[in-house]
Design a protein around this ligand. Sequence first.
Ligand code: CU
Length: 181
Amino acid sequence: MKKMFLTLTCSLILSVSCAAQQQNEQAKIKIEESAVRGQIRGVPDGEVIFTQAPKGSGVQMIVNVSGIKKPGFHAIHIHEKPICDGNFTSAGGHYNPDDKPHGHPEESKHHIGDLGNFRSSATGSIVESRVYKHLSMNPNSQNYVGNRALIIHSKADDYSTQPTGGAGSRIGCAILQNTAE
Ligand SMILES: [Cu+2]
């Protein structure tokens, strides 16, 4: 009887942990499915990943870049076309379907592609996570982050020069795509 009880308890524990594991796997797959990723090419290299923000609405961006030659602030924007050729002017202008003025991403008026400034460390890397309320992971939304390009600039964004923010040349470019597409 004792043995039978033990067997029963064990299999119960097993099935509970097994179910938890399955749930974890499913959650992982869901995150993978809804991720938009981009491999950064250019002078710096690295990766950018967009996922649904864990709390409330919005999109979380994790950027992990190394090899930036100039420490200090660099503008990052989403540009209109998913093309990273030559000097990256192939990516077109900032993504701005509403025809708004360029600005800071937390101000009332800005391009959908305005993501702000990122500080590169003394060793030339940017490792940062930020949440943007104005972006969307829904491919049917105008604010969708996929099928565009992420551009890293040589200089900081001044948030006022129209329409570029005076951010200088394009030193890095990533084609943004949903990995499940
Ligand atoms: Cu830009």
